[in-house]
Design a protein around this ligand. Structure first.
Ligand SMILES: *Cc1c(COP(=O)(O)O)cnc(C)c1O
Length: 406
């Protein structure tokens, strides 16, 4: 550690404090570089990164193949706008449609924008079918879909919505996994039902197969668009490329983002053929979305997943992690339950989770908390058993300490 009066980290933190909009409660760590599952701060301390930039760094940090294509493409073309064709957008759309079973893709710069697109498609499809009355959106309590007005309007968490009203009208929230409530809500005026197969910010809670089937059947019966938000749980994190593939249920529209371009900002929404032409030319678009740099990186992302057989690793090491989380649940009464699969897992505690996260960081382990009492991990898909062991030994020590206090 630096012995000067004000460390480099403190200087950086202080400068932000004065000029960056204070919307983040950041942990007091200044990160400088990463390699694989590890990141290093400006003072040279090493951390095991099990949060991966909130599920973005699925290939770990500085994956050599990703570094190479990004460097190469930077020197050729970064941006062209959507006035022209690029070499990679069509190839990427083809790839993702093939993998997802969807028919058309639109590329965005974030998950939120992907959600916005699905909502616009749903409203436009509803209007085309039955006029302006078919505009009702149904979403789930505890969901998280983003911070823009459309995405926020279908986010079922008061803490995010409060103070920004009025939001979009005609949105109804249904209790999570409550099939009867869903049945009572979706009707002929519903244009879309939106849900995350695994609620991410909502605390890593899985939708039951029964609820999923009801969601599919009801939207079909009422000619509404079923939108899946797989921004956090998709693209391999569960061990399948998409969480819905494990349930044998296909959505009509799908939003993806986080890991897709190896850390470059990118998202996408995909729709079935029946929805491909509800938005006519000129009525939706983006300056940056689908640019050559992000598309090329995304193609490399999928190639690396396949070449390195990362989904198998997610299943194997994810299964191992789950067992360790089950062990911690048996060992400590302050741990209520383990949740999730693959590289999207959590421990629900009976005490506040943030102090544990802060202590873990001091011990060299990056995790985070959500919903006050949930410890969450979104590790890179390259994680190995020995990394799990290292993380578990830190967590065990901190949980023991916390148990003594409570
Ligand atoms: C992160 C996230 C979003 C928002 O994506 P951004 O890229 O932050 O705009 C939406 N839905 C889910 C499930 C997410 O995890």
């Amino acid at each position: 550690m630096s012995t000067t009066a004000v460390s480099k980290a403190e200087q950086i933190i202080e400068r932000e404090r004065q000029h960056v909009l204070p919307v983040y409660t950041r942990y007091p760590v200044v990160l400088e570089r990463g390699e694989g599952v590890w990141v290093y701060d400006v003072e040279g301390r090493r951390y095991l990164d099990l949060i991966g930039g909130i599920g973005v760094n699925a290939l770990g940090h500085a994956h050599p193949r990703m570094v190479k294509v990004i460097q190469e493409q930077c020197a050729k073309l970064i941006h062209i706008s959507n006035l022209f064709y690029g070499e990679y957008q069509g190839e990427l759309a083809d790839k993702i449609c093939g993998l997802s079973g969807m028919d058309r893709a639109f590329f965005t710069n974030s998950g939120t924008e992907a959600i916005e697109g699905t909502l616009k498609v749903a409203r436009a499809a509803g209007q085309r079918k039955s006029g302006p009355a078919k505009c009702k959106l149904v979403a789930l309590d505890g969901s998280y879909h983003g911070r823009s007005y459309g995405a926020l309007s279908v986010t079922g968490q008061e803490k995010h919505r409060k103070g920004f009203e009025p939001l979009l009208s005609d949105v109804t929230f249904v209790p999570f996994n409550d099939v009867n409530a869903l049945r009572a809500t979706v009707d002929h005026n519903t244009c879309a039902l939106i849900l995350e197969p695994i609620l991410g910010e909502g605390g890593i809670r899985s939708i039951t197969p029964d609820f999923m089937r009801a969601a599919r059947n009801l939207t079909e019966a009422h000619d509404a668009v079923l939108i899946f938000d797989e921004i956090q749980c998709g693209l391999g994190r569960t061990g399948s490329l998409f969480a819905y593939q494990e349930l044998g249920i296909k959505p009509d529209a799908l939003a993806i983002a986080k890991p897709i371009a190896g850390g470059l900002p990118m998202g996408a929404f995909l729709v079935r053929k029946s929805l491909a032409d509800v938005i006519s030319p000129g009525k939706h678009g983006t300056t940056f979305g689908g640019g050559p740099l992000a598309c090329r990186a995304a193609l490399e992302y999928f190639a690396i997943l396949e070449d390195e057989r990362l989904l198998e690793n997610v299943k194997r090491v994810g299964g191992y992690l789950r067992k360790q989380f089950e062990n911690l649940t048996r060992e400590f009464s302050i741990v209520k339950e383990p949740r999730g699969v693959g590289m999207i897992q959590a421990l629900e505690l009976s005490i506040p989770a943030r102090p544990i996260v802060e202590e873990a960081i001091q011990e060299g382990l990056l995790i985070n908390s959500t919903q006050d009492t949930v410890l969450r991990v979104l590790p890179p898909f390259i994680l190995q058993e020995q990394h799990v062991d290292e993380a578990i030994s830190i967590l065990r020590k901190l949980l023991r300490k916390a148990s003594d206090k409570h």
